[in-house]
Design a protein around this ligand. Structure first.
Ligand SMILES: Cc1cc2nc3c(=O)[nH]c(=O)nc-3n(C[C@H](O)[C@H](O)[C@H](O)COP(=O)(O)OP(=O)(O)OC[C@H]3O[C@@H](n4cnc5c(N)ncnc54)[C@H](O)[C@@H]3O)c2cc1C
Length: 383
């Protein structure tokens, strides 16, 4: 593995940094503090992403045909690192550019591509991901929401839970069962459902992690044309396996952790409280956790960049990212507990909230550990 950046990659990172320096308000941490699903951050993203698009930095990794510049896997990743370091000003739109757009390009009909890709490339579309259900999270194939065929329509009934961004989303990337029983992977379809379709009821779930972040979404006799289906009936499993494999490696959360940690150390120094061995060792351990996460994620991205199949290195990287989040959050809570109340340290609070969900959202940490234990370490299964 080559650890150095090429001139082209360095120049690309500099362009992204320049843009952020120019366009991101100095107090963006206060906006990000509300959470990526909040009205504040969503409105911000609808102003920020079109400017990013105009600068050629919203979808540089997409094909030129769809508004991109055919950028490399590493350029895409550098963009993600810089956005995370800044507090992810793209808000919910990170999903569009990372996996929803590319999935529609690959599997969508011409009509779907023409309808959905241009608004994403312009930075003007908010999507939500309707996968999890009350009894189908880690075990996603257990989902029960049904889409029954009625002529040239599907009629959808059921409910989703923990749906991020649903309150302000235009469209839902929905998984629904068209046949088979819960547990049957081959009976699931993907439907692209406009959120203003009659019969959809969105209810926010009050939570610790920001306003308007997570929701329940109820579907009662929701009618969508058959043309809303992405890919074939029953093909959902292979499509989402393709789209999420890359997405789940590629969230460089350690950048936000490292920036939060730097701010904590600065604050402790300013208070004259960074002298003792204990605090310095703990800060060192948290910094090392962030670097370990970075290196393990780079290993997974490198595998992807070489066009090789990702194995357990992706799961290992995710565990390392979760651990880095926790190490920084624990450090802040132990040495700067007062910064977690009030509004003076928005980054510490925002980071802490992201750290709480790091091991749950996008797949629980225990599942990752289970995969590593079984496939990588080849440990025997417990009794
Ligand atoms: C902030 C946030 C945002 C989210 N956004 C979305 C979204 O936009 N769209 C969406 O569809 N979903 C979303 N989710 C849901 C998320 O994907 C699920 O919470 C996650 O997949 C876990 O599923 P669950 O909540 O049903 O928990 P369960 O699957 O019921 O798990 C409960 C506990 O049991 C453990 N467990 C379960 N099975 C195993 C096993 N086989 N081995 C070992 N341990 C196991 C888990 O690790 C966990 O600790 C979000 C969740 C959060 C917290």
């Amino acid at each position: 593995m080559e650890f150095g950046w090429t001139d082209r990659e360095r120049a690309f990172r500099a362009r992204v940094r320049d843009f952020l320096h120019r366009e991101l308000p100095a107090d963006f941490d206060r906006i990000a503090r509300h959470g990526p699903g909040s009205r504040e951050q969503t409105e911000f993203s609808l102003d920020f992403c079109p400017k990013l698009a105009e600068a050629g930095l919203l979808v540089p990794h997409w094909p030129a045909e769809w508004g991109g510049h055919d950028g490399t896997v590493w350029e895409h990743f550098i963009l993600g690192e810089e956005m995370w370091a800044a507090g992810e000003p793209r808000g919910a739109q990170y999903m569009n550019v990372n996996w929803i757009g590319p999935t529609i390009m690959r599997y969508g009909s011409e009509e779907q591509r023409q309808r959905y890709i241009p608004p994403m490339a312009a930075g003007k579309a908010i999507w939500c991901q309707g996968f999890s259900e009350p009894n189908a999270g880690s075990d996603l194939a257990a989902l029960r929401t049904r889409a029954e065929r009625d002529g040239d329509h599907y009629v959808i009934n059921g409910s989703k839970i923990w749906t991020s961004y649903a309150g302000l989303a235009d469209t839902c990337f929905l998984l629904a069962r068209t046949s088979g029983k819960p547990g049957d992977r081959s009976g699931i379809a993907i439907l692209l459902v406009p959120m203003d379709t009659p019969g959809i009821d969105v209810r926010p779930i009050p939570s610790l992690i920001g306003h308007g972040d997570i929701h329940e979404v109820f579907f009662t006799d929701v009618r969508v044309p058959v043309t809303a289906r992405l890919g074939e009936e029953g093909a959902a499993w292979s499509i989402i396996t393709y789209s999420l494999a890359n997405e789940r490696v590629g969230i460089p959360r350690y950048e936000l952790s490292a920036r939060a940690l730097d701010g904590m150390v600065r604050e402790l120094k300013a208070r004259g409280e960074f002298g003792g061995d204990h605090v310095r060792q703990r800060a060192g351990r948290a910094a090392a956790a962030c670097e370990a996460a970075r290196m393990l994620v780079y290993r997974a991205v490198d595998t992807r960049a070489r066009g090789q199949k990702l194995g357990t290195e992706a799961n290992i990287a995710r565990i390392a990212v979760i651990k880095a989040d926790a190490a920084v959050s624990d450090f802040g809570l132990d040495f700067l507990p007062d910064t977690y109340s009030g509004e003076d340290h928005p980054l510490n609070l925002a980071h802490h909230e992201r750290a709480i969900v790091a091991g749950i959202a996008a797949g629980a940490a225990e599942i990752q550990l289970e995969i590593v234990a079984r496939r990588h370490l080849e440990l025997p299964r417990g009794a």
